[in-house]
Design a protein around this ligand. Structure first.
Ligand code: ADP
Length: 406
């Protein structure tokens, strides 16, 4: 019987592994942490266990498998290991195959591998985490939760590109949308805060972190999202350009002798806030730099933030075409939850949609605080801290309960 609701959530990237052991029902976290710079000599693993902080740096470079073994060791010492009932994995790309959480089997692993061609930076790393966890927790069921799943309700008119149709039919080239788990979580929370059934709730949700995406949610379902075939499309981000004229790519290759790999690096790693400011991808650093004595530094930081906020505001406004009602705008992610400056700048562009910021509420709603930052005569704009780990734990637990009952 699947009685225990404690789930270990694993989010594995190419050089990092985040984990969180939590009660899927209450969201209470017992252990969390991150292993970073894996496979380099600077690899570290930080584990926060029930108020105790453990930071381990091993002398030799270590990989995902050893990071999980270290975690198992500490969980065993703390008598927590037998309290885990299942493992939930974040998997970035589920293609058109997966719109729901799925119990991981050998054939599911094969499909995730096949989908790697759509997400070469992410799915292979997610699989490394799955394999390492299967070795460490042989007896436990493992579930995959896909970042694209929430967006599988997008209608054709939203997900098709104006390219020859056979590229969709034969090569699966279409918009998928990402950050689905986060947009799902904050829209559920927003409906609760507004005391409306989620099936009747309409939102535009802006997840603004290192990666940024905006999603239109109609009657609780995603109907459009700014990220596309890859997470590169849409609004500019920390280091990603977001949408640009594809003609720039031809120009870079044909006239400026860029290789395709260099274009890829440029658009994914060297653009966005970092590229425009020439200073940093970090919103806090740029906000500080706007008042720097160095006038060029302050000019470029101000410019980068202005382009960022304007692009996000335009993306939000464009999604009014996807909805017939709008109950609230939602801000989440590190920037959306904390940056009073960015929120204010974005909302200044949105007065035509009847958004008017309340300065005092904007200042007090940050650092984990949730609430409406707009005036009483404005349409609501809710700041809601995201919690993708809790969604993964909750969906893992529900799936296994259904399987046990069915
Ligand atoms: P990720 O997408 O990697 O999960 P986060 O959601 O943590 O990233 O967001 C990271 C971004 O949030 C960074 O640009 C960081 O500067 C920004 N951020 C975090 N705290 C603040 C703050 N207090 N004020 C402004 N920006 C913040």
């Amino acid at each position: 019987m699947f009685a225990n609701s404690n789930v270990l959530v694993i989010n594995c990237g190419s050089s990092s592994l985040k984990f969180s052991l939590m009660d899927a029902i209450t969201g209470k976290v017992f252990v969390d942490g991150i292993a970073e710079r894996l496979m380099t000599s600077a690899a570290t693993i930080k584990i926060n266990m029930l108020d105790k902080h453990n930071k381990l740096s091993l002398n030799a470079p270590f990989d995902h498998k050893i990071a999980i073994e270290k975690l198992v060791e500490l969980l065993t010492q703390a008598n927590l290991i037998e309290k885990i009932s299942a493992i939930g994995h974040r998997v970035v790309h589920g293609g058109e195959q997966y719109s729901q959480p799925i119990l991981i089997t050998e054939s599911i692993k094969k499909t995730i591998t096949q989908l790697s061609k759509l997400a070469p930076l992410h799915n292979p790393a997610n699989l490394i985490g799955i394999v390492a966890a299967q070795q460490a927790f042989e007896q436990l069921p493992q579930v995959a939760i896909f970042d694209t799943a929430f967006h599988q309700t997008m209608p054709e008119k939203a997900f098709m590109y104006a390219l020859p149709y056979e590229l969709y039919q034969q090569n699966s080239i279409r918009k998928y949308g990402f950050h689905g788990t986060s947009h799902y979580f904050v829209s559920q929370q927003a409906a609760k805060q507004l005391r409306k059934p989620i099936e009747q709730s309409n939102f535009i949700s802006a997840h603004l972190g290192n990666g940024c995406s905006v999603t239109a949610v109609k009657n609780g379902q995603s109907v459009d999202s700014s990220m596309g075939f890859t997470p590169l499309e849409g609004v500019m981000m920390g280091t990603r350009s977001g949408s640009i004229d594809p003609g720039i790519i031809f120009y870079l290759v044909e006239q400026l002798d860029y290789s395709l790999n260099e274009v890829n690096q440029l658009l994914n790693k060297k653009s966005g806030l970092l590229g425009l400011s020439t200073l940093s991808n970090d919103c806090r650093t740029l906000e500080q730099a706007t008042s720097s004595d160095d006038s060029e530094k302050s000019r470029l930081a101000t410019l980068a933030l202005a382009v960022f906020c304007y692009q996000i505001a335009k993306s939000i406004a464009s999604f009014s075409a996807s909805l017939t009602n709008l109950d609230a705008l939602i801000f989440t992610g590190g920037i959306g939850e904390n940056s009073t400056f960015v929120r204010e700048q974005i909302l200044t562009h949105l007065s035509l949609l009847n958004f008017y910021i309340d300065d005092e509420k904007n200042q007090t709603t940050r650092l984990g605080v949730s609430g409406n930052i707009c005036t009483t005569n404005s349409r609501p704009c809710l700041v809601i801290p995201t919690n993708e780990e809790w969604v993964i734990a909750e969906q893992t637990y529900s799936l296994l309960q259904q399987k046990n009952q069915g």
